[in-house]
Write a protein that binds this ligand. Structure first.
Ligand code: NAP
Ligand code: GDD
Length: 323
């Protein structure tokens, strides 16, 4: 019998990469999608898996829909990737962000508790939960949390609720604290993709500049394809546990710009960048750098794609797409 998995957020970046990985492992994959007049399958199309998924209709804001889906599918594994995932929008839409990212997780956990308590559960937690809290500039599983955006706060609620369902009801609940991970199908508003898409437009004569906010920030950027493997590994363990997933190396947005522009032969990249206060955040998170020793040791997980490779992969893909 095939193993079964339900992925929420299947149309997003991670949902698409995880679906591909699980299909390669011969899982039957259920994908939760919201009701849309015109749903966007472009990420799944990009990875060539659109037709191999069984879609189920529901919404993280609709508790009954989640109960119904869990009851009907009783999957071996549930990966909760659905979220209002853009930090920048979370100040403008704090209530929506909380409903989807916090309450939605509570609804899903209760659905599992009542209708499929043997399902293993993965929660997509985030390095944003640390905020600027770190003694030596490097975060580990032990670093205290100090969320600095409505998004990060909503995710911290979900993180602790996941831990609590494990401790209260003995469910197999894990939380993956993932640092930024990118790919050619990263959402267009996130800074990496905004840059690579902008560079492709500049190179092809379709745009003259890229408008950005705080380019001093540093992030620990990895490749999404590597990170979904860590999610899967977490659910293959005997006991549920939380893991931090990162590359261990960080770079500034300026580093990203230099390599990305370099890829298309532009050295004087500064003349194409305009700093626009609209893209600055009310509370910034300046430096993220994670230490994934526990994941290396217990999961045997290590990232494969290096930073430069990732940047070039994204630039090349955008040039190809627009060209
Ligand atoms: P993404 O591309 O923005 O995908 C998020 C998905 O959530 C979208 O497919 C979206 O559906 C779905 N969604 C939003 N609201 C929903 C609702 N009310 N009901 C059902 N589905 C809903 O995000 P991602 O980069 O793949 O990230 C996946 C998860 O990991 C997110 O929870 C994110 O917060 C977390 N995370 C991401 C990173 C990262 O660097 N990528 C790092 C740490 C944690 P539509 O397609 O219908 O809009
Ligand atoms: N999006 C965006 N757009 N960010 C900009 C811009 C801009 O024009 N200019 C500067 N930045 C800075 C942001 O202020 C932030 O410091 C950094 O670039 C990264 O921003 P994002 O790419 O939007 O990602 P994020 O780090 O805020 O959040 C992502 O990673 C988290 C994990 O650490 C998202 O994927 C979250 O969902 C995820 O939890």
């Amino acid at each position: 019998m095939k193993k079964t998995a339900l992925i929420t957020g299947i149309l997003g970046q991670d949902g698409a990469y995880l679906a591909k990985l699980l299909l390669e492992k011969d899982y039957q994959v259920y994908g939760l999608i919201r009701r849309y007049t015109n749903p966007n399958y472009s990420n799944l199309d990009y990875l060539g898996v659109t037709d191999d998924i069984e879609y189920v209709s529901g919404d993280m804001n609709d508790e009954a829909s989640l109960m119904n889906i869990i009851k009907l599918t009783t999957p071996n594994e549930v990966y909760n990737l659905a979220a209002q995932s853009f930090v920048g929008s979370s100040w403008d839409q704090a209530k929506l962000t909380t409903e989807v990212n916090s309450l939605g997780v509570l609804y899903l956990l209760n659905a599992i508790r009542f209708f499929s308590p043997r399902s293993k559960f993965y929660q997509a937690s985030t390095s944003e939960m640390f905020g600027n809290s770190s003694s030596k500039g490097i975060q580990t599983e032990e670093t205290p949390f100090h969320p600095r955006s409505p998004y990060a706060i909503s995710k911290l609620y979900a993180h602790w609720m996941t831990v609590n369902f494990k401790e209260s009801y003995g469910l197999f609940c894990t939380s993956g604290i993932l640092f930024n991970h990118e790919s050619p199908i990263r959402g267009i508003e996130f800074v990496t993709r905004k840059i690579t898409d902008g560079i492709a437009r500049i190179k092809l004569g379709l745009a003259k500049e890229i408008r950005l906010g705080n380019i001093e920030s540093k992030r620990d950027w990895g490749f999404a394809g590597d990170y979904v493997e860590a999610m899967w590994l977490m659910l293959q363990q005997k006991e549920p546990d939380n893991f931090l997933i990162s590359t261990g190396i960080n770079h500034s947005i300026k580093d990203f710009l230099e390599i990305a522009f370099g890829r298309v032969g532009i050295k004087d990249w500064k003349k194409y960048i305009k700093i626009d206060p609209r893209y600055k955040r009310p509370a910034e998170l300046f430096v993220l750098q994670g230490k994934s020793d526990k994941a290396h040791r217990k999961l045997g997980w290590k990232p494969k794609v290096k930073f430069e490779e990732l940047v070039k992969m994204m630039v090349d893909a955008d040039i190809k797409r627009l060209g």
